[in-house]
Design a protein around this ligand. Structure first.
Ligand SMILES: C[S@@+](CC[C@H](N)C(=O)[O-])C[C@H]1O[C@@H](n2cnc3c(N)ncnc32)[C@H](O)[C@@H]1O
Length: 177
């Protein structure tokens, strides 16, 4: 009987962790396809010394790529599991000295040190960030949105194609503050 109770609790805990893996308050976890990301980051001017922020950084793949290209790369992510995985992935890739992953809500922080910001979130969050980033970022900073874009800012560049096939890499818009 005890074994059945322990197994049931273990199973429930496992299911809760598995379900929580996909959740996020302002977007579920859908990672960026890496096919285009290096080109996208280079087009935004990532290089040594540039400060990069990803808001809702998932498993850290884009932050790690930004660090490989020389940036001081930061991710903010609300899932502890994904923050741990990001730190682990960064260590594995040898970029951990140039990356920093914070656990928390993206709306509780200020991004004024950023030169480049990358966002892949759902429409309502992107809309809120449109106002927040306009106030906080320095003139000349660059924001990249993926799939859901700013309504009021005028993009100076577009890359990729809009399609529901995520394997193709998504579509990106670039804005300058
Ligand atoms: C669509 S996924 C994108 C993941 C990653 N940016 C990428 O492109 O591979 C959105 C991520 O944002 C996180 N997220 C959603 N709302 C958030 C919030 N308010 N604060 C911090 N992270 C959030 C989710 O947990 C999820 O990992």
């Amino acid at each position: 009987m005890d074994t059945i109770i322990i197994l049931s609790i273990g199973l429930l805990a496992g299911c809760a962790i598995a379900l929580s893996w996909f959740t996020g308050s302002d977007a579920p976890y859908v990672p960026t396809t890496m096919r285009l990301i290096s080109k996208v980051l280079k087009a935004a001017g990532i290089k040594k010394g540039k400060v990069f922020y990803e808001l809702g950084s998932g498993d850290g793949r884009v932050v790690i790529e930004a660090a490989k290209l020389g940036g001081k790369a930061n991710g903010v992510e609300q899932s502890w599991l994904r923050v741990w995985l990001s730190r682990y992935n960064s260590r594995l890739s040898g970029t951990n000295k140039q990356t920093h992953f914070c656990h928390g809500n993206i709306f509780d922080r200020n991004y004024y040190p950023a030169d480049i910001v990358y966002i892949y979130l759902l429409k309502p969050a992107v809309e809120k960030l449109e106002h927040k980033l306009k106030k906080e970022l320095n003139k000349g900073s660059i924001v990249i949105t993926q799939t859901y874009h700013f309504k009021k800012w005028k993009p100076y560049k577009k890359m990729g194609t809009k399609t529901s096939d995520f394997r193709l890499g998504g579509d990106f818009q670039f804005y300058r503050v």
